[in-house]
Design a protein around this ligand. Structure first.
Ligand code: AMP
Ligand code: MG
Length: 338
């Protein structure tokens, strides 16, 4: 298949037409690039799973161009859900609600609920508007790889497998949306993101955080957030998180670099570039910058042929919980606390 690379200002009608014709278009959002298909089409949704190599019980998120369109796809919207929607949509948040019958089972992985998101990115919204239907989309990466935060990442993973990619530059946030399950009596954060726990707590004081956010889910367990049981964000390199106070983290990483002198080592650093004999990439000075840089850095280490990555990490305040969630998964939960 020939993959078109589309301009984000002039080619949006072309992208909309591809969706209406049942094709696949990767598009920029403020979180990560999505791989979109018509949310009303069973066959189009199935193409997403095939292109990504994604397990069919891992649901897609339905993207709308305006929060008011939510009622087209969801039912039984509670007052708490309305509060969250009014406050945070459009923005980097996905709400889980009961689905309407127009959304096929292939989109929701067989669940009776649907994840709904209205992006803030104007290109994303114009694209969804041009499609004329809600757009079902997971992240536009090969299943298991770090999510794409630039058109280049999408091209690396998806060239020849999808109809088109809209090049809209780098994603501003860089991590996937916050997911909140609004179907339970007490809303639960299933995946942390740029809409943080503290922000949500301001409008829903009793909101909970799902315990699986920093754990692995056993194979035989049915997770609330289906995607969480699968291997995620895994670069080719073996990643270790080194967590703790700055000085102790730096001493530990220097030791580890010496012990692994035979390997090509990379360090994802937060503080200062103090390491010899390692390829160093900067994660940023705070958790917001870390969120923006993480997936690109993981892909960059692979491109450079790095075998072993030591990632500095300090605290889980603000964006930190989302960074920690993705970093721990990328590391397969290999964390050294110092
Ligand atoms: P991705 O954007 O690639 O992370 O994929 C979408 C993710 O949203 C899935 O992996 C799920 O974790 C989550 N999701 C989508 N729909 C639902 C739903 N109905 N219930 C729970 N989680 C969902
Ligand atoms: Mg994904």
């Amino acid at each position: 298949m020939k993959t078109l690379i589309l301009n984000d200002s002039t080619d949006i009608p072309v992208a909309g037409r591809i969706i209406r014709d049942g094709g696949l278009v990767a598009f920029p959002t403020e979180t990560v690039y999505g791989l979109g298909a018509s949310a009303y089409s069973d066959t189009a949704a199935k193409k997403i799973y095939a292109a990504k190599g994604r397990p069919s019980d891992n649901p897609l998120i339905v993207h709308i161009c305006d929060a008011a369109k939510l009622c087209d796809v969801a039912r039984d919207v509670s007052d708490a859900a309305k509060t969250v929607i009014d406050r945070f949509m459009p923005g980097p948040i996905t709400v889980i609600l009961k689905k309407k019958a127009c959304i096929p089972d292939s989109v929701t992985g067989g669940l009776g609920t649907v994840g709904i998101r209205c992006p803030e990115n104007p290109v994303a919204r114009e694209f969804i508007r041009a499609a004329g239907v809600p757009v079902a989309a997971p992240s536009a990466n090969i299943s298991g790889k770090p999510s794409p935060t630039s058109a280049r990442h999408v091209i690396d993973d998806m060239m020849g497998k999808i109809d088109a990619v809209i090049d809209g530059g780098d994603c501003t946030v860089g991590l996937e949306s916050t997911i909140v399950d609004m179907t339970a009596d007490i809303p639960v954060i299933l995946r942390p993101g740029a809409v943080t726990y503290d922000m949500l707590k301001e409008v829903i004081p009793d909101i909970l955080i799902d315990k699986n956010i920093l754990d692995t889910v056993a194979d035989n367990e049915a997770p609330k957030c289906p995607g969480t049981k699968y291997k995620h964000y895994s670069p080719d390199a073996d990643v270790f998180v080194i967590e703790g106070e700055k000085e102790k983290v730096q001493v530990k990483i220097k030791e580890l670099i010496k012990e692994n002198a035979a390997k090509r080592v990379g360090v994802l650093f937060m503080y200062d570039a103090v390491y010899d004999d390692a390829v160093m990439l900067c994660a940023g000075r705070d958790n917001k910058e870390y969120a923006h840089n993480l997936f690109n850095a993981l892909r960059e280490f692979d491109r450079l042929g790095i075998e072993l990555v030591f990632a500095e990490f300090s605290d889980d305040t603000g964006y930190g919980l989302a960074v920690k969630n993705r970093l721990y998964k990328a590391a397969g939960h290999k964390v050294i606390y110092v």
